[in-house]
Ligand binder design. Structure first.
Ligand code: AHG
Ligand code: MN
Ligand code: MN
Length: 349
């Protein structure tokens, strides 16, 4: 008989890795796991609601999707509020960070930054979506935690993870000691360890980028895409192109199969589209822990200064050698400090 390890059991076992920990982080991860199950239930129903919606009005579909963003946000915030381990939640869905000032949370030491529903535009069409979370320890010793506690570098993360609501639902997380993945078994309502010590292949054969924006990409990115498309038996090119449009799903696939995901600066998004605090940093932490690499094309994502909660960044993330190659192209054809006109070629300042 196959013995399963549930997320709860695994977290408890791993608590021993942190000899001075009092179990708060474990409880926080447990709370996130519970919220993920509730959101999963609703995400599954949203597919059903969309089918019914098509027989009715298109408005309801539009509103339904929006509601799910808000629903996921509320569920995670509520779980973190009641769990008592989190003093601040920062979310894509809220302009400002949310201090948690309940009685149970008065000694809370952790900050959680999250994207409650990633790839939400994919909900309508039954394509995988996700939740991303990033956990920091508060820096200030006493008093109310403030924005300075939130705006920490990616290297300061104590844990990060994502949930993918896909053909099956998985929770993948790291506390800085490797990456482990758990699949939700709906029959028992538990996340069960299914992908122990996940490792990203150093070389991959999949590139993932919204190629529709090609004309607006920096030259370095254009050259890298062409490199991926050239025939070369030795390196297995041309590579395969895959783009789901949910960062969680694209990175998850690459984490298992190897590959690179790029969201560069574009004309429409001159600082990149994805957010550093609750999209890039957590995914970078996970991918590095799985043996991969993540940069903004020049610098390591986790080392970037964090100045604002909703700050954006370009991201090149995935198999180590693929990201290195893309960085080489950026250094040669779009050196840092390059001014991007997006009206043809990139020109130097
Ligand atoms: P969100 O749904 O949280 O706003 O994030 C969507 C993000 C990310 O998941 C995805 O990789 C990217 O937007 C897709 O952007 P494009 O549609 O511009 O390709
Ligand atoms: Mn997102
Ligand atoms: Mn989102």
């Amino acid at each position: 008989m196959k013995v399963v390890t549930t997320l709860g059991q695994f977290i408890l076992e791993k608590q021993a890795d942190f000899p001075y920990a009092k179990g708060e982080l474990s409880r926080l991860l447990r709370d996130i796991g519970i919220a993920a199950k509730i959101v999963n239930r609703e995400v599954n129903k949203a597919g059903l609601a969309d089918i019914l919606g098509e027989a009715g009005t298109t408005n309801v579909q539009g509103e339904g999707q929006k509601k799910l963003d808000v629903y996921a946000n509320e569920q995670f915030i509520s779980a973190l509020k009641h769990g008592g381990e989190c003093c601040i939640v920062a979310s894509e869905e809220n302009d400002d960070y949310i201090p948690i000032e309940s009685e149970v949370s008065k000694d809370a030491r952790y900050i959680v930054a999250m994207d409650p529903l990633d790839g939400s535009s994919n909900i309508d069409v039954n394509v995988a979506v996700g939740t991303i979370f990033s956990i920091y320890r508060r820096k200030s010793a006493e008093g109310k935690a403030t924005i300075t506690d939130v705006l920490q570098r990616g290297t300061e993360q104590v844990a990060a993870g994502y949930v993918i609501y896909g053909s099956s639902t998985m929770l993948v997380y790291t506390t800085g000691k490797g990456v482990n993945g758990f699949t939700l078994d709906p029959s028992i309502g538990e996340f069960c360890l299914s992908h122990a010590d996940m490792k990203l292949p150093e070389d991959g054969f999949i590139y993932s980028i919204n190629e529709g924006n090609y004309v607006h990409f920096p030259d370095g990115v254009k050259k890298y895409i062409k490199y991926c498309q050239v025939e070369d038996k030795k390196t297995g090119r041309p590579y395969t192109s895959r783009y789901i449009g949910s960062m969680v799903a694209d990175v998850h696939r690459n984490l298992i199969k190897g590959g690179i995901f790029i969201y560069p600066v574009t004309a429409g998004a001159p600082n990149g589209k994805l957010r550093l605090v609750y999209e890039c940093n957590p995914m970078a932490f996970i991918v590095e822990q799985a043996g991969g690499r993540a940069s903004n094309g020049y610098e390591r994502i986790l080392d970037l200064d964090v100045d604002a909660l909703h700050q954006r960044s370009a991201i090149f993330i995935g198999s180590k050698n693929m990201v290195k190659k893309a960085e080489e192209m950026m250094a040669s054809f779009s050196p840092q400090g390059t001014k991007k006109t997006f009206e043809g070629e990139v020109v130097l300042q």
